[in-house]
Write a protein that binds this ligand. Structure first.
Ligand code: HEC
Length: 203
């Protein structure tokens, strides 16, 4: 009798273990499949859509898209979406003494050039043109976006304000990849943004 009970008990135990294994196996397989699909389809429509959503809610257009004046006030000029400071436009004059003192910071009217104690920074061209991020790899983009390195190069200067890269250090890999996939999918705009002016010393 005892033996029968043992046999039943161990059969139940075995069944429980194998069910559990099955469940784990299934979860792992689904995760693996998602990972593979993700790696195999870097520009899948879903990823691009998620990137568009993130770019919208993370306000990249606020600084990287020039504004045009409308009867409703300044609105993003979507013909030049995310193309940064328009290099064909001269930098408007501003009070350099106030900017240098750190008492004031200035945004140019188009909202794409910024002056403050750091000097003058110009919002970058994030479109997939050669003058934007067309030749960037995902590694360059991660380094620029999460570590604040200009052009995504280790030895390069740190990105200047107001690029809020410090807020983006925790953004997950898949989200950075989605943003990058979206940026690579938008209309390329040829626009070589000027070099920043560091603390008013050089162009
Ligand atoms: C408050 C303004 C602001 C916001 C918001 C902003 N940026 Fe920026 N960004 C800048 C400025 C200004 C620069 C140029 C900084 C410099 O040259 O030092 C820049 C630079 C960059 C660079 C580096 C480009 C290069 O050539 O090295 C990347 C990449 C970038 N931004 C991506 C983004 C993305 C993606 C978003 C939205 C998730 C975003 N930025 C939101 C202002 C902003």
């Amino acid at each position: 009798m005892k033996q029968v009970i043992y046999a039943i008990a161990s059969a139940v135990l075995l069944l429980a273990v194998s069910c559990n294994n099955d469940a784990q196996q299934e979860t792992k397989t689904t995760a693996d499949a998602m990972q593979t699909a993700y790696a195999e389809k870097p520009d899948s429509a879903t990823r691009v859509k998620r990137g568009e959503y993130l770019v919208t809610i993370m306000a990249c257009n606020d600084c990287h898209t020039p504004k045009k004046m409308t009867d409703k006030g300044p609105m993003p000029d979507m013909d030049r979406m995310l193309s940064g400071y328009d290099a064909s436009q001269p930098l408007p004059a501003f009070d350099t003494v106030a900017a240098k003192s750190g008492k004031w910071a200035f945004f140019c009217g188009k909202g794409t050039a910024f002056a403050g104690p750091w000097g003058v920074s110009y919002a970058a061209n994030l479109t997939p043109d050669g003058t934007g991020i067309g030749n960037w790899t995902i590694e360059n983009f991660k380094k620029a976006f999460r570590e604040g390195k200009s052009k995504g190069i280790d030895a390069a200067r740190p990105l200047l304000p107001p690029m809020p890269w410090q807020n983006y250090t925790q953004v997950k890999d898949e989200d950075v990849e989605a943003i990058f996939a979206y940026l690579k999918s938008i209309k390329p705009v040829e626009n070589r943004v000027p070099n920043c002016i560091i603390a008013f010393e050089k162009h």
